[in-house]
Design a binder for this molecule. Structure first.
Ligand code: NAP
Length: 225
């Protein structure tokens, strides 16, 4: 491996071995920006890569109006900050308890579920340009809200292509690494600050999984060893 020395702080992904461990071999990594704590760096790998990848696939930029369904969770937290950092207008769905949090990130919050199309129309009368389906719970409705089905990318509903939408998964390590380097640059610039909802010990992992499965964590949960 080049570009790294013993003792350097890095963050990244290890899809084969996993990273919930004292030692891990990363397949993709970037130097950790000084602006992040070690916990924030641990939180950032998967979600920042996913956010940047899908925002690029959707072509989200300063002129875009983006709808994110599931905006306050682990992936959503990264998506909204990075999209707002690009200058996009961002409408994000979450339960009421997370609306103030989303507002603090520059997002226009609304609730998910029935009637979403009407709520989005009221918030963006000219319509949205792109839809990021993080939650994977409402794809047919999201396709109706989007200007066209291919303006919807889902990371959680594998039936997306059956609706004309796109399903996105992470690519090869060679594709992921430059994205992590971009995420680190956003961290160094203060554009993206990973939100750590809570930290737990490794022996609390069952409790952590129960909390994650409940599906309402704000940002990411980190295991600290
Ligand atoms: N394909 C990929 O590359 C990729 C990468 C990473 C993750 N994923 C997948 O992406 C999904 C989301 O991951 P995550 O870490 O962000 O999960 P998470 O932290 O549990 O967040 C899920 C979010 O969905 C919201 N939500 C719950 N029920 C909903 C509903 N019926 N409609 C709309 N939103 C709803 C929750 O909002 P409230 O808390 O406000 O209720 C929560 O903020 C998971 O299925 C994960 O496996 C895929």
């Amino acid at each position: 491996m080049t570009g790294v020395a013993v003792g350097d702080q890095v963050f990244g992904l290890s899809p084969v071995t996993g990273t919930m461990a004292e030692y891990a071999v990363l397949s993709s990594w970037s130097p950790k920006p000084d602006a992040w704590t070690v916990e924030q760096a641990a939180a950032a790998g998967v979600v920042a890569e996913t956010a940047i990848r899908v925002l690029d696939q959707l072509g989200v930029g300063a002129d875009s109006t983006l709808l994110i369904d599931g905006a306050a969770g682990g992936v959503g937290d990264a998506v909204v900050q990075i999209a707002v950092g690009r200058g996009a207008t961002v409408i994000g769905t979450a339960s009421e308890a997370n609306h103030e949090y989303l507002r603090s990130l520059g997002v226009i919050p609304t609730t998910y579920g029935p009637g979403l199309a009407d709520r989005v129309r009221a918030l963006a009368p000219a319509g949205v340009d792109a839809v990021f389906d993080v939650a994977g719970a409402n794809l047919p409705d999201l396709v109706k809200i989007a200007p066209s089905a291919d303006a919807v990318v889902s990371i959680a509903d594998t039936t997306a292509p059956e609706h004309g939408a796109r399903f996105s998964m992470s690519g090869t390590p060679d594709e992921i690494t430059p994205t992590l380097v971009k995420a680190a640059a956003l961290g160094a610039a203060g554009t993206y600050v990973p939100h750590v909802a809570a930290t737990y010990r490794l022996d609390q992992v069952a409790e952590v999984h129960a909390r994650i499965e409940a599906g309402h964590a704000r940002g990411k949960i980190v295991i600290k060893i």
